[in-house]
Design a protein around this ligand. Sequence first.
Ligand SMILES: [Zn+2]
Length: 237
Amino acid sequence: MPRPETEPQGFLRIESGPVRCAFTTRALGDMRYARQRQEALALLRAPEPDARLLRQVHGKGISVLRRGDDSGVLAQGDGWLTDQPGAVVGVVVADCVPVWMWDRSGKAAGVIHAGWRGLEAGILGAAAAGFSRSFSIRACDLRAAVGPRAGACCYRVGPDVAGRFRRESLRLSGGETFLDLGAEARAQLLEAGLEPGAVAVAPDCTVCRAALFYSWRREGGRGPRCGQMLACLWLGA
Ligand SMILES: [Zn+2]
């Protein structure tokens, strides 16, 4: 499993068989805007001009786009699964965790937006269950990559949030508590049945690395510097 690293030209990319995963950095602009997304996807030579997005609600709803069947596509939700070749699906994030999942044969793939609320709700387990239900893919055949997110170095939480997570995902420093979203995501993927060697975690913190990433928390949740990154994927030929 290669660890996802950020490329100098502004994308973080993972390719595995026909699965194409990408994550934008702030060099590519604010992905809330269709024009910026379209420019980024053109640079990636994506098979569709824009990504299919959801109204994200920090829940555990997973939209399923089957080959030739959009009856499982949701208006709101926080993740996608698809086996439709050439369909570009995505979520936008700024500090929350982007997670890409795919089966090792490249038959289906998914991309998930998981903040602390989504992790607490169990969205990664819901995604693994969705692979099983919709595509008969077992969790032990899944691969996952956990992308850049607010790191344990910066993601200070109060006791109300800390109390919802296992002790192993918390870091104590200077009398304060920090939540390691990447460690929690990895732990939940393993609980869902993925093999330890099948889960890669990117090293980057979106709050610290201001030149590379937008960060909701760093910018106080507003202002022109507070944009979003796009985490997307598609299945190639
Ligand atoms: Zn940090």
